[in-house]
Design a protein around this ligand. Sequence first.
Ligand code: M6R
Length: 364
Amino acid sequence: EKGGYEHFMLKEMYEQPKAVMDTFSPRIKGSQIEIEELGMTEEEIRKLRKIMIVACGSASHVGHTSKYILEGLARLPVEVDMASEFRYRNPILDEQTLVVVISQSGETADTLAALRQAKKMGARVLGIVNVVGSSIAREADNVMYTWAGPEIAVATTKAYSAQLTAMYLLAMKFGKARGLLREDELQEMLGSLKALPAQIEMILSNREKIQKFANRYLAARDIFFIGRGIDHAISMEGSLKLKEISYIHSEAYAAGELKHGTISLVEEGTLVAAVLTQKELYKKMISNMEEVRTRGAFVMAVTVEGNTEVEKAADYVIYIPETNKYFTNSLAIIPLQLFAYYIAVGRGCDVDKPRNLAKSVTVE
Ligand code: M6R
């Protein structure tokens, strides 16, 4: 059932090109994005005043990435909340708010409760769900399925990638409907979207290099992930992947925030993984990398091909292919997933079923 792979997680990482493709293909008709199941007219999309994204764990990291994309393309204010917080903070929403709940299982108790609360408050709820017919799929006003197929490993990989894809489609659709995304820009983005599966495949095929590198860090005590903007959101997911399956303590930090406290934890040899996919932030990031490096950190960078300047501030560089600036998460997360996986394997951890965790969290 693992199809020749050692773990479900590895198998599912390899299913990501297909999960991404299966999520966008049925929604691209001719050269336009059509999301029938959204159940909203362009007029209704234009009337929206706010989007709230509510989810847990990795799904909430998809939310953080989506905030930058939706705000960038559709100029709608986006709030992202963990479902377990949203429920208890008396959120401000109304009929002009679209609440997007993201869940692989469709059964996460806090996410489901948040959905019910949002509906009660009059908001329209869109579910981005992987499991067909699950509770969240049934109760949301509209459901956009991610077509990742069954995911077995506790650590999500392909469902996460499919969720990102669904959110890209939504953001482009909203940008277009609100008259902010030009037709030529949309066509260029669709071209980049269609190229993602092959690019992911390419990164996966380089796994041995990452395995070799990971093997040097099997005994690490702390690992820090830093990034700015979308790269901070990518860092959050890279950090969660690592800690949940390898049990190495890790933290994701907005790179500019490190010097306000956390940098005191950096010692000789501490691994800092820096994510740099946003051109306009390269310079700022490089100076943050230098900050930790002068304090003894070993800096690994994940960046886009061509950004060779990063080499002056990094000890090890992983290059990802170029894509649209809003889609970089889909590529940058792959080496981070592989890194987490190989560290966990090297440490002899139960990769598919890490301690204390369940695939679907049905307690509040
Ligand atoms: O099924 P859901 O997407 O609602 O699950 C949410 C989180 O429990 C889940 O993403 C969790 O963080 C994963 N184990 C992370 O790999």
